[in-house]
Design a binder for this molecule. Structure first.
Ligand code: SF4
Length: 338
C-alpha cells in the first residue's frame, strides 16, 4: 500500500478511535523486568517475567513505530519495567530517531542506571526524559524500592541536566502515610531547580488495586488546592510533551509542579495514547484488559496487518476507566509501563 500523500489521504489514514480521539502517542514497554522492587508495583519475590525470546526485538519495535507514524502517531515513550535494563536501549532511541518519522522519543526510567547511559541517550537525540523518584529521603527511598540507592538516581538526574536533556521531569507517586508528608519539600525544590515535579495519583492497576494499597490513595486535586493556598501556586499554560499532566508554578520559581490525576480529575476524554507491551500486545486503554496481539504480524513483516491491528484497537477503545466505580485492572503495571 502506498504511503498517503494528499491531506485527505493523510486524514483518512490518521487513526481516530471510536470516541473520536486522535491517536498521537504510543507508550512502548521494552521489558517487564526491573532492577527495583517498588512495593506498590513489583513487590519483592515477584516472578513470572517474559522470556527474552518472547520480547519484541528492536527491529520489531522500529517496524511498529513506522506503521504507527503512518497512522498519525508522532510521539513514542519507552517504558518498562525499567527500560534501561534492556541492553542497548540508547541504540533503540537512535534507530527510532533516524529510521522512523516519529517527531519525539521520550523515556521513563527509575534513574538507577541513568548516569552511565546519559552520554549515549544524549547522542541518540532523546527528546524527553522522566525519572520516577518517590522520596527525597534515602532511607524511605530504600524502603519503597527495596533495592535502590537515591544517590545513583540523583547522579543520573544531574548528568542528564548537564547533558542538556531538558525539560527534566520527576514523577512522584503520592501514597498516604508513606511519602505524602514530603509534598511540600518537593514543591520547595522547584524554587531553585529547573525541574518539573509531577505528583501522580495511585491507580488500581496490578498491585495498586490491592486493598492494602487502596488505603494509600491521595486525592491530588485536594492537595493542589491546599498548595494553591500555602504556596500561591498558579496554573500555567505549558504543555511538556503529550501527557495528561497539568502544570502550576510557585511565584518566581525556576521549576514547575505538575499533577496527574486519573481518579480525582480524569482526562480520558482527551486521551490520545495506546500502549504496546514488551511481547507485542497493543492495548488501547491502560484501564481495560482489552488488547490486540501484534507480534505475529510484526514477525511476519506484515505492515498491513499491523495497521489493521491498530484500527481494531481504536474500534475497541473504551471512553474511559471505571476506577471511580471500583473498577480494578489486573495487568501488572510493570508489564505495561504505566
Ligand atoms: S484510563 Fe484509558 S482512556 Fe483514560 S486516560 Fe488512561 S488510557 Fe486513556
Amino acid at each position: 500500500m502506498n504511503a498517503p500523500n494528499t491531506l485527505t489521504q493523510l486524514a483518512k489514514a490518521s487513526l481516530v478511535d471510536v470516541c473520536g480521539r486522535a491517536v498521537k502517542s504510543l507508550r512502548i514497554s521494552v521489558t517487564d523486568r526491573c532492577n527495583l522492587r517498588c512495593t506498590y508495583c513489583l513487590p519483592a519475590g515477584s516472578a513470572g517475567f517474559n522470556q527474552s525470546e518472547d520480547l519484541l526485538s528492536f527491529d520489531d519495535i522500529v517496524r511498529v513505530v513506522r506503521v504507527a507514524c503512518r497512522l498519525g502517531v508522532d510521539h513514542v515513550r519507552l517504558t518498562g519495567g525499567e527500560p534501561l535494563v534492556r541492553a542497548g536501549l540508547p541504540e533503540l532511541v537512535a534507530r527510532l530517531k533516524t529510521e522512523t518519522p516519529v517527531r519525539e522519543v521520550a523515556l521513563t526510567t527509575n534513574g538507577v542506571l541513568l548516569e552511565r547511559n546519559v552520554p549515549a541517550l544524549a547522542s541518540a537525540k532523546l527528546d524527553r526524559l522522566t525519572v520516577s523518584v518517590d522520596s527525597l529521603q534515602p532511607d524511605r527511598f530504600r524502603a519503597i524500592t527495596c533495592l535502590g540507592s537515591i544517590d545513583d538516581v540523583w547522579r543520573g538526574v544531574r548528568a542528564a541536566a548537564e547533558a542538556g536533556l531538558h525539560p527534566l521531569k520527576i514523577n512522584v507517586l503520592v501514597l498516604r502515610g508513606v511519602n505524602d508528608d514530603e509534598i511540600d519539600a518537593w514543591v520547595e525544590l522547584t524554587r531553585d531547580h529547573d525541574l518539573a515535579i509531577r505528583f501522580l495519583e495511585l491507580m488500581p492497576v496490578g498491585e495498586g488495586g490491592s486493598a492494602e494499597l487502596a488505603r494509600r490513595y491521595v486525592d491530588l486535586t485536594e492537595v493542589r488546592r491546599r498548595l494553591e493556598r500555602d504556596f500561591g501556586l498558579t496554573p500555567i499554560e505549558t504543555r511538556m510533551g503529550n501527557g495528561p499532566a497539568r502544570y502550576w508554578k510557585v511565584p518566581r520559581a525556576l521549576g514547575v509542579v505538575g499533577f496527574i490525576t486519573p481518579i480525582s480529575d480524569a482526562y480520558c476524554d482527551k486521551c490520545s495514547r495506546f500502549r504496546l507491551t514488551a511481547t507485542g500486545d497493543l492495548r488501547p486503554c491502560l484501564a481495560h484488559e482489552l488488547s490486540v496481539p501484534l507480534r505475529e504480524a510484526i514477525r511476519a513483516g506484515d505492515d498491513e496487518a499491523i495497521e489493521a491491528g491498530f484500527r481494531q484497537a481504536g474500534a475497541l477503545k473504551p471512553a474511559g476507566h471505571a476506577w471511580r466505580q471500583g473498577g480494578l485492572t489486573q495487568i501488572r503495571m510493570s508489564s505495561i509501563g504505566g
